[in-house]
Design a protein around this ligand. Sequence first.
Ligand SMILES: Cc1cc2nc3c(=O)[nH]c(=O)nc-3n(C[C@H](O)[C@H](O)[C@H](O)COP(=O)(O)OP(=O)(O)OC[C@H]3O[C@@H](n4cnc5c(N)ncnc54)[C@H](O)[C@@H]3O)c2cc1C
Ligand code: FES
Length: 269
Amino acid sequence: MTPAPYRVRSRRPDRADTVTLTLEPVRGRCPAFLPGQFNMIYARGVGEIPISLSGRARSGALMHTIRAVGAVSHVLCDARPGDVVGLRGPYGTAWDVPAAAGLDVVVAAGGLGLAPLRTVLRELAAHRSRYGRISLIVGTRTPMTLLYPRELARWRKSHDVDVQVIVDHPDHAWQGPVGPVTRLIDRIVFQPRRTAAFVCGPEVMMRAVADNLVRRGVPAARVALSLERNMKCGVGRCGHCQLGPLLLCLDGPVVDYQRAARLLAVREL
Ligand SMILES: Cc1cc2nc3c(=O)[nH]c(=O)nc-3n(C[C@H](O)[C@H](O)[C@H](O)COP(=O)(O)OP(=O)(O)OC[C@H]3O[C@@H](n4cnc5c(N)ncnc54)[C@H](O)[C@@H]3O)c2cc1C
Ligand code: FES
């Protein structure tokens, strides 16, 4: 439970309120992790919060994309190269990317949900020939808040990924679609019964995407969401992250829609 000291190796601003920190251990090696897992990151004297892994740098260091929303995330977003933070993990369940081999794949992201899904896209791109059609649909508030635009272009150009972006609020230069991300499902091609889906974003967006895919015939067991609840311990001891019978730090954050649908339908759960 004691966080290990990690040094900030680099800090890349992604948009006005969001940065990607690359962290390496002060001593020892970076741990292995799977797409969808998270670390508990500690800002000294302020607090500790769960943050998903958003990638691994060439050096092996761990990448986390963090949006400044409150006390701890603000301090982490302000960290500079050389600063030291605490880190423990990785924790939680993962997106089972290898199980999608031989299937079409739909990756659906809402806003910051693209951060953990970046590890899925990197895994798919690394073994591109194992998968059928791959579609990435992304919903973002404005064109300026889109995360990782260069990587999106690379996945589209070099890895045969059908990348589609939709915005809530267009600016004068935007010529693409406007509206909820579910609207993009009509624009992508996949064989529903032979499709796996990985979904991350605000809960209302995930439900809408998952319901839509299941209605089209994608098996609910193959639609995996990343669920968020307040977390304190991260290891199943405090109960803060409970969702019905699940402790999301252990049984999640990645949960298939067959299990999640009923729980998400209950108000205030
Ligand atoms: C498994 C998991 C993975 C996560 N991955 C990431 C990630 O990759 N990048 C990232 O930036 N954040 C991620 N989060 C959310 C992050 O943990 C919270 O934003 C953080 O705990 C806020 O702490 P704070 O002290 O900065 O703000 P607080 O002072 O605790 O909260 C400030 C404001 O943010 C709201 N808020 C707090 N937590 C959340 C939340 N989970 N979702 C939406 N609003 C929230 C509060 O209601 C409040 O209005 C993840 C959360 C979980 C559970
Ligand atoms: S965060 Fe403590 S039980 Fe899940």
